[in-house]
Design a protein around this ligand. Sequence first.
Ligand SMILES: NC(=O)c1ccc[n+]([C@@H]2O[C@H](COP(=O)([O-])OP(=O)(O)OC[C@H]3O[C@@H](n4cnc5c(N)ncnc54)[C@H](OP(=O)(O)O)[C@@H]3O)[C@@H](O)[C@H]2O)c1
Length: 357
Amino acid sequence: MATREATWAYRNEFHEQFARTYFRRFADGLVSSVGAGTYLGDPTDAADDRYHAALVEAFESGVNVVDTAVNYRHQRSERVVGRAVADADVDREALLVATKGGFVPFDGARPDDPAAYVREQFPEHADAFVRGNCIDPGFLGRSLDRSLDNLGLDAVDLYYVHNPETQLEAHDRETVYGMLETAFERLERRAAAGDLRHYGVASWESFRVPEGHESYLSLPEVVRRARAAAESVGNAATSFRAVQLPFNVRMADAFTVAAHEGAEGTQSVLSFAREAGIDVFTSASILQGDLAAGLPDEVAAELAGDTPVQRAINFARSGPGVTSALVGMGSPEHVGENVAAGTHPPLGADAFDAVFE
Ligand SMILES: NC(=O)c1ccc[n+]([C@@H]2O[C@H](COP(=O)([O-])OP(=O)(O)OC[C@H]3O[C@@H](n4cnc5c(N)ncnc54)[C@H](OP(=O)(O)O)[C@@H]3O)[C@@H](O)[C@H]2O)c1
């Protein structure tokens, strides 16, 4: 697992190359505010090799956050992350390795008959799938075992329940909160057993949509459920620590939509998370590559960076409460540009607010 000592040593090696606040606190360690994502790309050996080269370069040049999921590229992404962690000239304990469970993991390629694959591989959970998503504790437990195997690690630093809002298509909200609490009990036990350090929820919609939206989940309620789960398994404190959600220049609702009840009334998810001590990792930070074509002029003018991608990354890194902006990095030729975003300072809080005026 990532340790305080190794992440601080990593920061000490690299921080002079970066601007202020490039490294940020995560629990007792320090992590880079640019992280490597592994979602997109073909499920091929050639794409694996390119990911491997990109991730090794990223780890060796100042990125100590990597994000994956058991289902990404049919388990190929986890396997290549494992290879890159092993091959990079970086201490494993300096890296925050995050993965997710909740979707069916195909094995290397999509099978001809996905439904038959699910019935064969996961017979006891087959009825619990909603569009390929299942958050049953038994399924998550098996997924975590598979992830550890794919990654070649004894433990992951952060384990997300993946897009649980999918369950709202089949169950009412109270039922889904209950399902999450049961899932969290399993993750609390796995934390106590040392298989994961922290856990959280990765979502595409639930935390950034308004309360009336069909995909809405309340982060305060999710946190309450995590605390209850910790208590019921006898853990002194919950290991729930982070959320992952899309945030970029064109999808800024995590900052603009107030939908979570906090001490100061209804707050945006970024604002609530910051006050609750929940770390936020942003997905789709460059809108799945689209922001390489440019940002709106009035926003670009406010952001530091030599290229549109760097300015886009710096927008995501500037979100109040954002710990790290994840950027998909399947191509070695993109890594240098993405990492160098961190040589420019992010916006301060007032300047960030001003972008929205
Ligand atoms: N929970 C969820 O539902 C969820 C959803 C989406 C993503 N995520 C996580 O968040 C990470 C980031 O999101 P994302 O990958 O979807 O989108 P993204 O980071 O906004 O964009 C990634 C895309 O941009 C390209 N790219 C990267 N650097 C570039 C550069 N300098 N110039 C031009 N193009 C560049 C990448 O190509 P190359 O790969 O060829 O470099 C890839 O196609 C994911 O990888 C994943 O780990 C989570």
